[in-house]
Design a protein. Sequence first.
Lengths: 323, 323, 336, 336
Amino acid sequence: MPELTFREALRMSLREELLANERVFLMGEDIGAYGGSYAVTKGFQKEFGPERVIDTPISESVIVGCGIGAAMGGLRPMVELMTINFSLLAFDQIVNNASKLCYMSGGQIHVPMVIRMASGAGSQLSSQHSHSLEGWYAHIPGIKVAVPYTPYDARGLLKTAFRDDNPVIFIEHTALYARKGEVPDEAFDLPFGQAEVHRKGKDVTLIGYSGSVYQCVLAAEQLAQDGIEAEVLNLRTLRPLDIDTIVASVRKTHRAVVVEDDWRFGGFAGEIATLIMEQAFDELDAPVARVCGADVPMPYAKQLEQAALPQPSDIVAVVRGLI
Amino acid sequence: MPELTFREALRMSLREELLANERVFLMGEDIGAYGGSYAVTKGFQKEFGPERVIDTPISESVIVGCGIGAAMGGLRPMVELMTINFSLLAFDQIVNNASKLCYMSGGQIHVPMVIRMASGAGSQLSSQHSHSLEGWYAHIPGIKVAVPYTPYDARGLLKTAFRDDNPVIFIEHTALYARKGEVPDEAFDLPFGQAEVHRKGKDVTLIGYSGSVYQCVLAAEQLAQDGIEAEVLNLRTLRPLDIDTIVASVRKTHRAVVVEDDWRFGGFAGEIATLIMEQAFDELDAPVARVCGADVPMPYAKQLEQAALPQPSDIVAVVRGLI
Amino acid sequence: MTQIADKPKVEELSKEQRIELLRQMLLIRRFEEKAAEMYAKRKIAGFLHLYTGEEAVGVGAIAALNDDDHILTHYRDHGHALARGVEPGRIMAELFGKATGVSLGRGGSMHLFDTSRSFMGGYAIVAGHLPLACGLALANMRLRNGRIVLCVFGDGAVNEGEFHEALNLASVWKLPIIFLCENNFFGMGTDIRYVSAVIEVYKRAQAYAIPAEQIDGMNVLEMYDATQRAADHLRAGYGPYFLEAITYRFRGHSMADPELYRDKGELEEWRRLDPITQFRSQLETQGVIDEPAVAQLQSEIEDVVNEAVRFAEESPDPQVESLYDHVYWQGDSHDA
Amino acid sequence: MTQIADKPKVEELSKEQRIELLRQMLLIRRFEEKAAEMYAKRKIAGFLHLYTGEEAVGVGAIAALNDDDHILTHYRDHGHALARGVEPGRIMAELFGKATGVSLGRGGSMHLFDTSRSFMGGYAIVAGHLPLACGLALANMRLRNGRIVLCVFGDGAVNEGEFHEALNLASVWKLPIIFLCENNFFGMGTDIRYVSAVIEVYKRAQAYAIPAEQIDGMNVLEMYDATQRAADHLRAGYGPYFLEAITYRFRGHSMADPELYRDKGELEEWRRLDPITQFRSQLETQGVIDEPAVAQLQSEIEDVVNEAVRFAEESPDPQVESLYDHVYWQGDSHDA
Ligand SMILES: Cc1ncc(C[n+]2csc(CCOP(=O)(O)OP(=O)(O)O)c2C)c(N)n1
Ligand SMILES: Cc1ncc(C[n+]2csc(CCOP(=O)(O)OP(=O)(O)O)c2C)c(N)n1
Ligand SMILES: [Mg+2]
Ligand SMILES: [Mg+2]
């Protein structure tokens, strides 16, 4: 299989959708002339024209609301919100309209749209530009949340997002765009709600999604050196969440660590830990542990930012504590 | 002690603050001429004048942002957002400015403000008007979240909120406004981060906050009839959270149920459950259980709405399952 | 209900067509009086916002549109739904929270939907539906289906950020939307003069280079005429149009409103301009209709409303088992 | 740095005062060239947005204010901070992420704060600081301290809902705020013509009944003059004032910008209008300053900038133990 970057994998799937379905269009800030702040849509406006790849004003709320309305009207919009930080300005549209229209209309209306946004910290963008809030989106009934880790995930999950007839929040961790991985040329869908066992192991289950899977992988490699075989799960979607794969792994390892970039207190890691307790309490040899971001606004200084983010060494230390 | 309603208790504390500190002012939609959508500020504009009790345009983002700026400038604003549903439109101001200014300015700026909002469902207001999202606010570093249950809580926690030099989200469950309870005339502060053991018991710990404490109390009464003594905890604040009181109770009862109106999946109940597991794993005879709102946009029809909300009978059934 | 065909110019409206406008206003008035009655009897719960006094705005505007033009409105939506021809029985059933309601009892008064009539819903977040109107209009443009969008909101919505974002986008992209502001001078209990920098709402459209007019919202024919003018502008591809309808609500903001904020005198002034009495006497003096004919109309409407209540009463409650239905889409995909 | 005293009318600016304006522009230019150099050397990370080409806007505007007037600006904030007199060393240290930075290394380039100089910060959410300006102005009004607020933002911020909400509120409450829009025709890579319904930004202020003017942002004296006019208007209690400064950024949006969206020709056109060369030659022809004096000024600035870098270099990193400091306020309460 050819090697592609996460970015290239996204581009491949987006191009296919634009080519295959004329009702698909892209809109967002700087996705056209500028090429996308993370260059995901670079060249698309030239190729597909300004009616298919639309630059918008800096108006997050109407960008998302307009996407919802366009979906109601028969199109299939892909809205890019640049980053999850700015999505807070469109939060009302996502929570009160996108997620509720199907239900409150008694099933008359549906909102087939994909909302892409870059997420995560690590490049010293300071507090207003370093959020990892996908857990908030996962909390909303009526929404689905995809959190790809590999380029393969990116390609497959994005295709599935375009097949879905509900609003899908599609999270792209900025640290992943340049990472490479094998991706088949031919199109394929990756089902939502199916986690990947990214690395097999028997001693402990490390649960990550999006960027945090990488921290799990690095930790697993360190642990392997002391003969501890960690199983690494890549969740792929948070809503729906594949709790079965998680529980199956925990039944085998009897220990679990959830790793998340987001603030620890009140974060999504708590949901995963609780579900494991609810469904596999008697299988647990130790409480499910969490390695999460520090409960602080993200600082700019490198040392502080790194200290605020979950590190492989933190995971290793926690695992040692469990075993 | 005199009996007051939750609403009267709030009014008493608000009046005291307006009288005691001329830097205190109230602003929000319809808090003046209209008297407040839940009549909490009724008559205040007449008494204190339109400069102290200010009617605002329907512009949630600037209402909160203006409050933040006023706090930066040396005043002590109390912003009323009418309901938590509309606070989503001010979400960016709360997340990106109110909670971060102290940190990102290196401790130069502080934001002493109180943001009051009605919360909760139960009166058939349908999906856009029935949120219980205090868990989201509790997730934000730099913010504090008060969730009074009794009129006594309302009076004391609101005073403390006005003593605090950080942004405080003050949650008022609409089902509580008319409920009565004993409240001392003289002013007093209720410390943040100290839960109340609302009812003593030894067999199971029922954990609630704001409106859900009432469901716990009703369940405890039913359980008492079969000789099950439930301890009921009233958290009073979610951030800071009094985990010590929770754990102390669980060490005694060895069983816990967290009750929350909000959607179950990814809700704050998961944080509480996880903290209990992390800090009292060996004390647990059963997994911590959750009784929460159904994962659906709130429907209008009475039967559906009631089915979507945690009921005392649900709590009772879950407790029976634990024992 | 008889739909007004091929939208003649206002001066060419036939006798029947003008009587139909009166009928719609009478129906809305009576339907809501009954709804208020049912609310008092606790048959209806939640919020109930009546359109009483503002009937001419929705009736005149919607009559000037084609049946497949999209309508989006706010929570004060009974009048717009009835004017668009949504079945009174299914609306009343929705207010009763019954399974037969237009939104299957999930939406209630604030969230009436009937997509079969291109009635795209009532929304309860002030100004939250304006962005949706942009999207629907964009879809109509791309699909070249000739449909336009009527987006109705109040004077209070004008100060929300989404109003600004939506009008700017609509103008830049020349989206076929009629922005119809129902200016009744109050947002809940707040007087527009205390919260709006420019109280002549239509002037705000200048900031977006959107043509705008102020109309007498108590005059159904003026509403019809202006809306037709706006619709022609849109259909010619010139982009959005802004209408400010001056009107007044005769009842409280919702059933809960103590109405401490406005004096009864002002209310009485406006009652003299009741859009129904005005239009009725106009038709009478023009000899289009007479006393008995009106009585006849009213008794027909009485039957329709009573039938609506009966239908609602006798309809089944939603099944609790259906709680999780429609959180996610269960139907077919609309692309392909 | 010598502060311009008691703000004379522009035509009465002394020789020294005019030279000071030139000095500030030269300092900003040189400081940022150095910052770009340090960014290339990875001494500075994150986003770095340079003000190069726009110096006259901030320098002219801020010189017309009193030292205790509040300033709020966007992430492109080095120029405003330097013009307000924030220490170059502590700014550079902030860019380096050092413990001695103005924001203790927590904010970085986009979040410079120096409350001791009423510099209330750089903000990175477009238009997110406009509501804060309303609050600061409200506080100043209530405390009757005579201070006004300068709120700086770009042309891209104009389409955000918060722009609308803030201008409406400021107008209704007559808040003493100068809204200064730095119109450089681009929001990142997006040309204002494609996203703004009305591209003469100052005209948008009409919708809020706020007096507004468009100024040549490449002319420091015009900026000074207009800002003084605006400040007088505010201090007289007439409420907010809106200034649109026409300017251009000579560099990319940030260091990461490939600049695919604008042609070099346009850029060259604007470079001819470089605010520094313009003002410098003006002062030279007026005989206010000559070649050697400028050289002298530049070498002094070179020293200041090098000293700033040295200070930043030699300053300690923030202690990791301090990670949780300042999440909540640790100082005294400001009421009582
Ligand atoms: C975003 C938001 N803020 C506040 C409210 C509460 N609210 C409901 S209706 C209303 C007044 C709206 O007034 P207007 O737009 O003039 O419509 P009218 O009721 O007069 O028809 C308010 C403040 C809301 N529903 N949504
Ligand atoms: C709410 C929000 N949306 C998007 C962005 C990303 N962004 C950063 S700067 C910028 C362009 C702003 O342009 P303008 O206001 O004209 O300021 P300029 O950079 O030209 O000085 C954008 C879109 C952001 N920071 N905040
Ligand atoms: Mg109104
Ligand atoms: Mg710009």
